[in-house]
Design a protein around this ligand. Structure first.
Ligand code: ZN
Length: 202
């Protein structure tokens, strides 16, 4: 039966599903190079802090490094970007300093184009920022769905006139019957079936 609570619960669960899908999609984007791209040790040649623009005029910072590495039998030199794209300049600066200290770093090169590399993975984003928030949100939505389904019930019906009424009403606004005391059920004809034969025999 479609009750308001059940419909609200379905909406909550649909939103939770979207959250979980988004969590997996973002997490997959972070771990994808490590899973499917070839790993190589690269010689660090220099770093720089770069930025792009978001649609709403914010700057997004990321770190690039010039690296020399071997992938698929070729020795290549290219500029690779880190996965971390952040609105926080200080965060990007910290990452740049951390990378600049290394002489060798791990890179992942694309199997389709070995000249395409990603720098060390941005694992901290898996447990900070949006991903855990979305995951927590999904759990809350699932719980809210169960709660709504249990508490948001349809109106009850008056025992006498059968009109829908709010649960907290003391009197039926339609037929004025008191709902506090038990409403006598309308009298119906009861068909008494008397067996034709097999009655108690003495
Ligand atoms: Zn009534």
């Amino acid at each position: 039966m479609k009750t308001p609570g059940r419909i609200a619960a379905l909406v909550c669960w649909a939103l939770a599903f979207i959250c979980v899908t988004s969590v997996f999609w973002q997490a997959f984007g972070i771990v994808r190079p490590a899973l499917f791209w070839e790993s190589a040790s690269a010689q660090m040649q220099g770093t720089r802090l770069s930025f792009t623009h978001t649609g709403d005029a914010h700057l997004v910072f990321y770190v690039e490094a010039k690296v020399r590495y071997s992938c698929k039998g070729q020795t290549l030199e290219t500029i690779g970007a880190s996965d971390l794209h952040t609105l926080e300049f200080s965060e990007a600066r910290r990452l740049q300093r951390a990378i600049a200290k290394e002489s060798q770093i791990r890179v992942y090169c694309s199997p389709d184009d070995p000249s395409k590399v990603r720098l060390a993975l941005d694992y901290p984003r898996l447990y900070t920022g949006w991903i855990p928030s979305l995951f927590a949100g999904a759990i809350l939505l699932v719980g809210a769905g169960f709660w709504l389904r249990r508490t948001w019930l349809p109106p009850v019906r008056c025992g006498r006139c059968n009109m829908p009424i709010k649960r907290h009403y003391n009197y039926c606004p339609h037929c004025r019957v008191s709902l506090r005391q038990s409403v006598p059920a309308p009298v119906t004809e009861t068909a008494h079936q008397i067996p034709h034969d097999g009655l108690a025999q003495s």
